[in-house]
Ligand binder design. Structure first.
Ligand code: GLC
Length: 778
């Protein structure tokens, strides 16, 4: 267990709560109320974004450079009205009203129809020793989603969620602290939806009615309560605003949305070459091979094993020829080696880059290289140094970095001679001199800082190519720097099932590029589990299979002919869907929309979707109902309102309805909505195998629209206008269906191609794509 600070539960402590408003000040940003010694500040950042801060001392804390991406001052002033009455001060924006009651000082928000949300409970806001807390009412039929990386199902009502990054090895449904700590959630009920971002990197916790049904609470070990209220009401609107605040993902290289193969470890050049050959011989598409810790020389970061990887540049160059990109793992623990010639250690020591304890001694722990020291990623110069050190990998041709063990994890691997569990002391100083803090505030930021160092470094080292970045740990905003995987899962049916709600909640927390290890990391999958997992893996934004060293082999062909065929078919489908998928990544990068979405994302007023965790949308058009149990070949499926089609058979259904889907092992039930437009390409063995000379637009009868995004998929030229968007629209009109194609926008020209417009079940019309507008009638 981490340091859980030996405190009594929140309800058993005594709190000083915010008293009556004693004076009020206003400016063009908001309202500032003195309540005795304490200060409440309510500022309006956009029509739908409010920041609330309470300083018990009356003095607001200075801004931290590692906080939200967008500072208050970066928001344009907002048109708002402030009225003072005897009982309250009311702030009106176009979208919402914030009412601050005077005695006692309490906050309630209302939408334009007067529906109340984020309403303070009786206790309101309080403080006790070094802790601040807030209490709010839970409305009837209110449900809670997001919270970053979480096990369990979708809705977190009646649960307690701690935000403290941890190597959550062997996690189950009962796990609380996870690898990621993202103190953000959204609360939904029919027609009302809002998000809360708890702006603290210290240990914090949400209690969603676990202690007291009807009340949720947040507490943190900080000197100030600081949170943002994000009004929706839809999840899409909440995420758009929340990701403006904490940032959005950059467009990844297109190859990184192909299939990734990983294992701890493909331990030599020979093994890696054979693996790559096997994929090509068996015609199973694959773009990425990951190298786990054994490529290093004695687990020294940024080195290559002279024996097993003697010629990394040659290996990676040959793999590149064959269409593979290589991603290497990097751990933050730097081998402690005072006597040897390990430059990274020497440099770090010389420049004082490693975390020290309060007594000034360098802190050490035990990880893969045995005794190790840890860079202080809160310092900009350390991030720069670390980013540049990746040159040892990029010089050999490495195109992506997989950051691991950065919670930071040290003690749960019983290495070393001391045999005791040592944690980073909470009082160890971290950060640059002008902004120094302690590990208590920096802990949750360790993985985020490492990811930032990595992403910024890779952009310096590979200025013309987008790189792939993956991390295990992170904090709110991690999406700006990295994709995320769900750590060490197991080859269990339960973990297959868990992966979808886990990834959905990550998406609802602003992190769209996410995946779980296909096949399960620890333990041995059966052929059936592996086949089902590959089907579900097709839906993961990050499609990576990985397995631990003690397990049997887990490549797509080791389970026999039938499993191999199923894996090939679903990986091929992934590649056929790449034009659609890449557009979803662009949407995530520009609006913050998740790629994988629970049904409530598109149907927030349909109560049936609130707990529905085992069906999922891939973008707005494709809905999957996977199988998560052995021996099961039928499953219940819920189709919300509207017309739906079965992807495989073309059968038509009227929602809302339930049906029993036939799902033999080779079939994962997939559905599309009427009016769906899905751009598809021919199967390729890797993303850029050859130019897309045929683009198939699969369109299902109905009314719909899709904006298709393209660019070169690998450079940064899209930032200077080298992108293309095409709007496709379909409209059903009695007997006929018309497809409208708008003229292509942007300055990127795709290679010459035939576009085949397929109205599913009706017919096809091909044309040569010259980017001009046209209308087709079926
Ligand atoms: C950690 C990672 C896992 C990796 C292993 C060895 O357990 O989560 O993915 O394979 O370390 O590096």
């Amino acid at each position: 267990m981490p340091q859980v600070f030996g405190k009594l539960p929140i309800h058993a402590r005594s709190w000083t709560t915010l008293g009556a408003v004693t004076s009020v000040e206003k400016d063009d940003r908001g309202v500032y109320c003195r309540c005795g010694d304490a200060l409440l500040s309510v500022t309006v950042l956009t029509q739908a974004l409010i920041r609330v801060r309470v300083a018990p001392t009356g003095q607001l804390l200075p801004r931290r450079s590692w906080a939200v991406a967008k500072d208050d001052a970066d928001y344009l002033p907002v048109l708002m009205g402030v009225q003072e009455t005897e009982d309250a001060i009311e702030i009106n924006t176009d979208k919402m009203l914030v009412r601050i009651e005077r005695d006692p000082c309490r906050i309630v928000c209302m939408d334009q129809a007067g529906r109340r949300f984020a309403e303070d409970a009786e206790t309101g806001i309080g403080w006790s020793e070094n802790t601040v807390a807030g209490w709010k009412k839970i409305a009837a039929d209110e449900h809670f989603y997001g919270f970053g990386e979480r096990t369990g199902l979708l809705d977190k009502r009646a649960e307690r969620k701690t935000n403290w990054t941890l190597d959550a090895l062997d996690y189950t449904t009962l796990a609380d602290e996870m690898y990621q700590a993202i103190p953000f959630f959204m609360a939904l009920r029919p027609h009302v939806g809002y998000g809360i971002f708890f702006n603290t990197t210290f240990w914090s916790q949400f209690d969603l009615g676990a202690s007291k049904p009807g009340m949720w609470q947040m507490e943190t070990h900080s000197g100030e309560l600081d949170y943002y209220i994000v009004y929706g009401p839809t999840p899409a609107e909440i995420l758009e605003t929340y990701t403006q605040l904490t940032g959005r993902m950059p467009l990844p290289p297109k190859w990184s949305i192909g299939y990734h193969q990983c294992r701890w470890s493909y331990e030599s050049e020979d093994v890696v070459r054979k693996l790559a050959q096997e994929f090509r011989d068996r015609r199973i598409p694959c773009d990425v091979i990951h190298l786990d810790i054994d490529y290093m020389n004695g687990y020294r970061v940024f080195t290559w094993s002279p024996k097993r990887f003697a010629e990394p540049a040659k290996l990676i160059g040959d793999l590149k020829e064959a269409g593979f990109n290589v991603v290497t793992i990097v751990d933050p623990g730097v081998k402690y080696e005072p006597e040897a010639d390990y430059t990274l250690f020497e440099d770090g020591l010389e420049h004082d880059y490693f975390v020290r304890q309060a007594n000034g001694e360098i802190f050490h722990g035990y990880v893969w290289p045995d005794k190790a020291v840890f860079p202080d990623f809160l310092k900009p110069d350390v991030r720069h140094w670390w980013g540049d050190a990746q040159k040892a990998l990029t010089d050999a041709g490495v195109a992506g970095i997989w950051n691991d063990m950065n919670e930071p994890a040290i003690v749960d691997r019983p290495f070393g001679d001391e045999g005791v569990h040592i944690w980073f002391p909470l009082d160890s100083p971290q950060g640059p001199a002008e902004e120094q803090t302690t590990h208590a505030e920096a802990h949750n930021l360790y993985g985020l800082g490492m990811s930032q160092a990595c992403a910024e470094g890779l952009e310096r080292l590979r200025p013309n190519e987008r790189s792939f970045v993956l991390t295990r740990s992170g904090y709110a905003g991690v999406q700006r720097w990295s994709s995320v995987w769900m750590g060490d899962n197991q080859s269990w049916w339960e973990h297959l099932e868990l992966s979808i709600p886990m990834l959905c909640n990550m998406g609802l927390s602003g992190v769209a590029f996410v995946g779980a290890d296909i096949g399960g990391f620890a333990g041995n999958a059966t052929a059936e589990l592996f086949a089902r997992w590959m089907q579900v893996g097709l839906l993961y934004p990050l499609m990576r299979a990985h397995s631990s060293m003690k397990t049997e082999k887990h490549e797509p062909w080791v389970f026999g002919e039938q499993t191999e065929r199923i894996c090939r078919e679903y990986i091929e489908l992934r590649y056929r869907l790449l034009p659609y998928l890449y557009t979803l990544f662009w949407e995530a990068a520009t609006t913050g929309a998740p790629i994988l979405r629970p049904l409530l994302y598109h149907y927030p007023n349909d109560r049936q979707t609130y707990a529905l965790y085992d069906q999922v949308f891939l973008g707005a058009s494709i809905m999957a109902a996977p199988v998560y149990r052995p021996g099961v070949d039928h499953r219940a499926v819920y189709l919300p309102e509207g017309v739906w089609y079965d992807w495989w058979t073309g059968d038509r259904y009227e929602g809302s309805t339930h049906l029993l889907a036939h799902a033999p092992l080779e079939r994962m039930p997939l559905y599309v909505k009427a009016g769906a437009i899905i751009p598809m390409q021919p199967v390729m063995q890797y993303v850029d195998e050859h130019p897309i000379d045929e683009l198939r637009l699969r369109i299902w009868p109905g009314d719909g629209e899709f904006t298709f995004y393209e660019d070169d998929g690998h450079s940064f030229e899209y930032r200077d206008g080298a992108w293309a968007t095409t709007v496709y629209r379909v409209a059903a009109d009695g007997e006929h269906t018309t497809v409208y194609i708008q003229a292509r926008q942007g300055h990127w020209t795709p290679p010459a191609r035939t576009v085949i417009v397929e109205l599913v079940g009706v017919g096809e019309q091909p044309f040569e794509d010259d980017g001009s507008d046209r209308t087709l009638t079926f």
